[in-house]
Design a protein around this ligand. Structure first.
Ligand code: ATP
Length: 618
């Protein structure tokens, strides 16, 4: 991804280079709906030829009127005119002009309608593609600030660039109109075209320059804009309202928002002012060119070389051409500018995940025969300075319940992330039944594990669906959902909800019911049971449960993980001691292991932490 410093967007070459994005963009539009796209193109082509037709019929009308005015014995009354037959041609011409006007109007409306429909479909399909692609990427990508900026820019492109489509089509349409008008001009006075182009070039270059500037301004400010959104969200959202109120953070956040927004405004205003100034100057040059040409045509009419009809046709064509060319040129530079933005979308699509399935994956063992072995595993988070885990060696035997304990930052969650291949180790390897985890299919591996993290997601969905997401393919299996709920004690929570399993939970939507922290946790833990996986992992999702509830959850967890490999992470020793084996982690490696009693007898860190907690309860 280009960093702000490498995007010197004022370089003209870069802008023209960005036009390469138009091909895949148009490909995307076409793929969304070939029939809509083809129809709008054909209609626009027809519409493109109407201006020259209007002007030409207008010229014929005026020439005809001038001729009739000069008739030696002209009729006087309307009846006489009609009887003389002189008006037949004029009548036909007027009817033709009327027909062209109606057609132009109808075509314009239909095209706008089709464009609107097409734009919406393109926007939806690119959003879908964005989500599909995002789903393939690594967790590492999502935790990277630069990637988040890129994702944010790409997300804005999915709907923000839809005007680009109409604009591109309009450009093509205008181009055809220009060609038809220019053909007319060339027949009468070729050098007028040259005058036209000379008058317009400065305006074009000015536009191109300022568009590039505004892109680089925008690009360089993605982090600030993300911060702006974040501050706004924090200052006014259901999730943060409680703490913001108690800490009285409104002023602080609003002030921060104001300062950020003000710096945006300043930069934008400076650019807009310069743009307006230069734009005004260039337009004046164009206007001078126009009146110069007008005077010339008028003169040639006076000398008798052009008819009055020619004069109106030429002056009309010239004026039309000028506005069209101006629009085309500035449209071109705006298209090139927007194409630069498309870079964000397409470079996002080019990001490839690093964690993937092997070409010829092993099937996940069901049941697991031996278990997992961590062999001297080391992992450092991208951009971090310290190893999160290093020289970590341990086993998780098949059918065993292992508890991980250790102080904050000891590496417990990291171990779980490595086990589920959200990350791959930087050193050493993890074996499952004697084979490297990387030899198994990724979907198969993750599909065989039920993990609930401490920061599990609180889905604003009906209670049943909140559990069903644990195995979303089985979301219609009400019995399985109810079974999972019973195992995690979520059934009692759901029993108290007015609409039971169909009750919307969370406060985001109408009729949603908010749950307590512990109730949410029971629902989340039910997801792990819903999964009916070979490996069950609870990474401290029980912190908000009261002591009795946590004890009960773990007692059942132990019972229900009979024959399964299970890992539980908790800071409560009353729960931890139920495990078959306890691993004590410190500084990213296993410091001690054994049963509760064995570890107490060793009188090491485990015994110390246990004593601390026990003392707290005395
Ligand atoms: N996404 C991340 N990016 C960078 N560093 C991280 C990230 N997640 C964790 N770390 C670092 O890795 C180390 C181990 O963290 P980990 O989350 O595994 O600890 P933990 O034992 O689960 O702690 P806790 O009991 O607080 O949950 C910590 O030093 C932490 O700062």
């Amino acid at each position: 991804m280009p960093s702000p410093s490498t995007v010197n967007a004022s370089s003209f070459r870069e802008r023209v280079g960005a036009l390469r994005n138009l091909r895949p963009f148009l490909g995307m539009v076409w793929a969304t709906s070939p029939s809509l796209t083809a129809t709008t193109i054909v209609l626009r082509l027809m519409r493109a030829l109407l201006p020259v037709a209007t002007l030409y019929v207008g010229k014929l009308i005026i020439d005809d009127v001038v001729m009739l005015v000069q008739l030696p014995d002209k009729p006087v009354t309307l009846q006489q005119w009609l009887d003389s037959g002189h008006l037949n041609r004029l009548g036909l011409l007027l009817a033709a002009e009327f027909a062209v006007a109606v057609l132009a109007d109808v075509l314009g409306r239909v095209v706008t309608l089709l464009d609107g429909m097409l734009a919406e479909r393109v926007s939806t399909s690119s959003s879908v593609r964005l989500m599909e692609h995002a789903a393939t990427l690594d967790l590492e990508d999502f935790e990277d600030a630069e990637f988040q900026d890129q994702l944010e820019r790409a997300r804005r492109q999915t709907s923000g660039r839809m005007t680009l489509m109409s604009q591109l089509f309009s450009q093509a349409q205008d181009l055809v109109t220009v060609a038809s008008l220019a053909a007319g001009l060339i027949v009468f006075a070729p050098w007028l075209i040259v005058l036209l182009i000379v008058a317009l070039v400065p305006a074009f270059l000015g536009e191109a320059h300022f568009n590039a500037k505004s892109y680089s301004l925008d690009f360089g400010r993605t982090p600030e804009r993300r911060e702006l959104d974040y501050v706004r969200q924090t200052a006014a959202s259901a999730e943060t309202a409680k703490e913001v109120k108690i800490f009285g953070l409104n002023e602080f956040l609003i002030d921060r928002y104001r300062r950020l927004a003000a710096s945006f405004y300043d930069a934008n205003r400076r650019l807009a002012l310069r743009r307006a100034g230069w734009g005004g100057l260039f337009t004046t040059i164009g206007t001078v060119g126009y009146y110069f040409a007008y005077a010339y045509i008028a003169w040639r009419t006076l000398t008798g070389e052009f008819s009055v009809g020619d004069l109106t046709f030429l002056a009309g064509s010239f004026r039309r051409l000028r506005t069209l060319l101006e629009a085309l040129l500035s449209g071109f530079s705006s298209v090139a500018g927007q194409a630069l933005y498309l870079d964000d979308l397409f470079t996002f699509f080019e990001v490839r995940p690093e964690i993937h399935s092997p070409a010829d994956p092993l099937p996940f063992p069901r049941p697991i025969r031996e278990g997992f072995v961590f062999e001297d595993v080391g992992f450092i988070y991208p951009g971090a300075e310290r190893w999160a885990v290093r020289h970590l060696s341990c086993t998780l035997k098949a059918g065993e319940v292992v508890a991980l304990v250790g102080e904050n930052g000891a590496g417990k969650t990291t171990l779980v992330k490595l086990l589920t291949r959200l990350y791959d180790p930087d050193e050493g390897r993890i074996l499952l039944d004697g084979h490297d985890l990387r030899d198994y299919g990724l979907d198969d591996l993750r599909g065989s594990m039920g993990v609930i993290f401490q920061d599990f997601v609180r889905y604003n969905l009906p209670a049943g669906d909140n559990i069903a997401v644990g195995r979303v393919e089985a979301r219609d299996d009400r019995e399985r959902i109810a079974r999972a709920a019973t195992r995690s004690q979520a059934d009692e929570v759901i029993g108290r909800l007015p609409h039971g399993y169909d009750q919307m939970i969370g406060k985001r939507f109408k009729n949603g019911v908010e749950l307590s922290g512990g109730e949410w946790q029971k629902i989340a833990i039910a997801r792990a049971y819903m999964r009916e996986a070979e490996v069950l992992i609870l990474d401290e999702p029980t912190a908000a449960l009261d002591a009795r509830a946590e004890y009960e959850v773990f007692r059942r967890f132990k019972e229900l993980s009979e024959g399964k490999t299970a890992v539980l992470i908790s800071h409560r020793f009353s729960s931890v001691r139920m495990a078959d084996r306890i691993l004590v982690l410190a500084d990213g490696k296993v410091e001690a292991q054994g049963t509760h009693e064995e570890l107490l007898a060793q009188r090491g860190r485990y015994a110390e932490l246990f004593e601390l907690q026990a003392a707290g309860y005395r």
